[in-house]
Each structure stands twice: as C-alpha cells, then as structure tokens.
Design a protein around this ligand. Structure first.
Ligand code: FES
Length: 281
C-alpha cells in the first residue's frame, strides 16, 4: 500500500516529534509527504503549518519563532498557528490581505509528543490511561526513522510466531515454536484488541528486570491496534509487574516511517538493577 495515495490516512492523528525537540526552536517534519514546520506558541502549545511560505516559498522551518509566531527567514513575514499571516514588516499601513496565509493543521500535545492530523480526524488520539496513573512511570524508548511500512510493524505486534526466533537470545523459546492461540479477539471501532499467553525464558538479565528468579515464566499479552499505525502492548507477568509499550509508525512517505516508542512500568527505577537488551524492545 502506498500511504500517500490513501487520502483517508490524512484523517488520523500521528505523533510526529517529542515536545522537548521544540524547545530549541522550530523543527521540520514530513508527514505523508506533506512538509510541516512545528513550533511552540506563546502559551507553549505546539503549532503545525505547511513548511512553505506563501510569499516566495521559503522554508519556514529555517526561520525563527517571534512572539509565538513563525517568522519566515526570507522577508520576515510572520504566521500564527492557523497559518494566518499576522505581520508583514514591509507594509506600513499594517493591512494584511486575508489571502496571505499558509495551510495550518490540527496539532496538540499528548504523552510528551506533538500529534498532528492533516485533515478532519476520524478518531481521537489513542487513549492510554496508564500515562496519568501514578502507579506507572513513563519511559521514552526511541524516536527513529525506519525503512518500514507502518502496517508491517502493526502486523508484527500481533504475530505470536516470531518471538521464538527473533527474540531467542532474550526471551523467545526457540525449541517450542508453536505460537499460543489467542484467548480473545475483539473488534474495536477503529482497531482491535487481542489477548494471549506467551511462555518465555527468563535470562539472568530478565530476572533482574522482572525481579523473578524462575528460569521460565509467561507473558500475559493484551495487544491493542489503533488504526492505522499505532499499537499498545500490555505485558503482565505472574508477579504483577506490568510493562506497557506504545509504538507508532508515523508515515513520513511511501518508504519510511517515524517510529515513536515509549513504555510504562508499574515499578520504580530503584527496584530494577538490570537493563533491557536491545533485542527485547
Ligand atoms: S518568502 Fe517568506 S516572507 Fe518572503
């Protein structure tokens, strides 16, 4: 599937960049081949408009933020978060024709990331109630560009046949390759939810991470797919430890995805003496 050829994909929210990245100034991001400039307005709220000035097509992302507006690097025109031109330094009568504007997009912060929808959203940003639950702590995991289609990544999340091989150096049991059956499969309005129980190995490192001494354990899995390119994987261990991994494959273009991943755990850093290996991500 060529994501840029599917207009409906413009009607979803995508995490595009960590909020912290905007603290140093405007940033460029390409979403579904649409160039965006992102910045923080005077209230600290993120804004997203087309990264192309309506005057002489300069890249607004190469400009600066002035009084919460993005200022074009070429002739200094300023635009607000809706894309309306609010200042033209060359005009002395201060009348700015309403046609002086660039396209603006829906933009908001959630879970520490800037989310953008290019067109009227069909559904809300995925709900992850544990982010606001004081029993959980949120850990940013990675923000990387992958040469991978979003649906491939989503499919992987519900593929119980791969851990035995891909993760055999950490938790996969390669000698028992038959995947567990699903215990439930629920269709959601914009996605699905599946549950299963996956037997796994406990390496020495995992014993530290999980605070479990057994050589074998199980992962009680609850996977939720948020159409089109978001998933939440909740892993519950028999000792009550819960790991929640949220992953988004934000579509940059037809070849690449911006992978955003963070996790939530119901423990504290002080309780964990080991580190999670890369192969366990
Ligand atoms: S190109 Fe942006 S102000 Fe002229």
């Amino acid at each position: 599937m060529l994501v840029t050829q599917q207009p409906v994909l413009r009607r979803f929210w995508y995490p595009v960049i960590p909020m912290s990245a905007l603290e140093t100034g405007p940033q460029a991001f390409t979403l579904l081949k649409t160039p965006l400039v992102l910045w923080l307005n005077e209230s600290g709220q993120p804004c997203a408009v087309l990264d192309r000035c309506c005057h002489r097509s300069a890249q607004l992302s190469k400009g600066v933020v002035c009084n919460g507006h993005i200022r074009c690097p070429y002739h200094g025109w300023e635009f607000d978060g809706s894309g309306t031109c609010v200042k033209v330094p060359q005009l002395t009568d201060n009348f700015i024709p309403p046609t002086y504007k660039v396209e603006g997009f829906r933009c908001q912060e959630r879970y520490g990331y800037v989310w953008v929808a290019l067109a009227d959203p069909l559904t809300d940003i995925p709900e992850i109630p544990e982010v606001a639950d004081p029993r959980f702590r949120q850990i940013h995991q990675f923000y990387e560009v992958w040469k991978c289609a979003g649906l491939r990544l989503m499919e992987n999340s519900f593929d119980n046949a791969h851990p035995h091989f891909v993760h055999h150096q950490s938790f996969g049991v390669i000698s028992e390759p038959v995947p567990p059956d699903l215990d439930s499969l629920e269709e959601l309005e914009y996605g699905l939810r599946a549950t299963s129980v996956l037997p796994v190995f406990n390496s020495d490192l995992q014993k530290q991470n999980l605070r479990m001494s057994e050589d074998r354990t199980v992962r009680i899995l609850e996977g939720t797919w948020f159409m089109p390119f978001g998933r939440k994987l909740k892993i519950t261990y028999p000792n009550g430890l819960i790991h929640i991994i949220f992953t988004a494959a934000t579509p940059i273009d037809d070849q690449t995805s911006q992978v955003v991943q963070f996790c939530l755990r119901n423990d504290s850093e002080a309780e964990v003496s080991g580190k999670l290996p890369d192969s366990d991500r």
